[in-house]
Unconditional design. Structure first.
Length: 297
């Protein structure tokens, strides 16, 4: 039987609906959650991501502002802006769109954001809190992966989850989320990378396989067990002369082949991608509640 397709678009619409209701309740109590987004330079991909985040903010009722700096802005100027945003009570979440131009030290910039306003959950304090099992906010893409699983009826609890990829953005935080002794987590998690031996053997042992490698169609049908649940985090641009633009997006799995074998799989596009921005809204709203003590309930 062909696999169930886990639509991140549908699940994120469901989560956004819940968040919108929450924001309405907060607004009735005088609180409008606010998100400040800082972008440096004219990278078209970054500009489009930030635009999407602004549109989603509007959809759920979060107030957002985008601050755009020219590509030659100094680190000092950027740090001064972050210091100002840290103090601005309008904003409960701050994010700096990455990557930054090479002359700016990315770590210094992330570390300058007040951890309580760290909407992306990249600050070392928040990463550390997550690892010790006392999370404040959760990193957006891994949290989106967890929500897709839970809301589709494939809770990771007690399952063997294999994550291919150990980046600070995806693989490592997803590991930290799924090993928590908590409902919706509590999984046995194996993390694979380029140093992993017998990768095929390990991926075939996964009840839930997450591909976050940045390697188009890397996970083939012989790398998954029958009945597994597959979440594809990869977003890769590959050439396709049949499309108008000459390219298309593909994930890290061989979707067409896998869908004949597995129980359920996320598509690319329309899988994990839409969840990331939605979970950013989740963080902003939660940060607003924590900072003000005003809650929706
Ligand atoms: N859906 C979304 O919202 C979203 C958000 C962020 C990123 N993404 C996408 O997710 C993908 C991964 O992004 P990332 O930032 O996590 O990538 P990354 O920083 O490049 O990390 C890739 C990871 O995959 C591992 N890897 C690569 N090739 C491998 C192979 N052949 N065998 C075993 N391990 C391998 C690497 O291992 P080593 O550590 O040994 O090098 C590394 O840990 C990209 O396609 C990106 O565009 C999607």
């Amino acid at each position: 039987m062909p696999a169930k397709i886990l639509s991140g678009r549908e699940i994120s619409a469901e989560v956004r609906g819940e968040l919108k209701e929450k924001v309405e309740k907060l607004k009735a109590k005088g609180l409008t959650p606010g998100l400040a987004m800082v972008r440096v330079g004219e990278d078209p991909a970054s500009a489009s991501y930030v635009k999407q985040k602004g549109k989603t903010s509007e959809e759920v009722g979060v107030y957002s502002e985008t601050i755009v700096f020219p590509g030659d802005t100094s680190e000092e100027v950027l740090l001064a802006k972050i210091a100002e945003l840290n103090k601005d009570p309008k904003f409960h979440g701050i994010l700096v769109q990455l990557p930054l131009p090479k002359h700016i030290n990315q770590d210094r910039v992330i570390n300058a954001i007040d951890p309580i306003k760290d909407a992306d959950c990249f600050h070392p304090v928040n990463v550390g809190k997550l690892l010790i099992g006392k999370p404040y906010l959760l990193p957006c893409t891994p949290h989106g992966v967890q929500q897709i699983l839970i809301r589709s009826g494939y809770s990771p609890e007690g399952k063997h989850v294999v994550i291919c990829g150990r980046s600070n953005l995806n693989g490592k935080p997803l590991f930290a989320i799924l090993i928590q002794k908590k409902t919706g987590a509590n999984a046995t998690v194996t993390v694979c990378h380029t140093g992993t031996k017998n990768l095929h053997e390990i991926t075939r042992s996964a009840d839930i396989l997450v591909a976050a490698m940045g390697s188009p169609k890397f996970i083939k049908a012989d790398m998954v067990k029958e009945g597994a649940v597959v979440v594809d985090v990869g977003v890769n641009r590959i050439q396709d002369p049949t499309t108008k633009s000459g390219f298309r997006l593909t994930g890290d799995t061989d979707f067409e082949a896998l869908k004949e074998k597995v129980e359920a799989i996320t598509p690319v596009p329309g899988g994990v991608g839409p969840m990331t921005v939605t979970m950013l809204m989740w963080n902003t709203i939660m940060a607003a509640e924590v900072q003000t003590g005003i809650t929706a309930e």
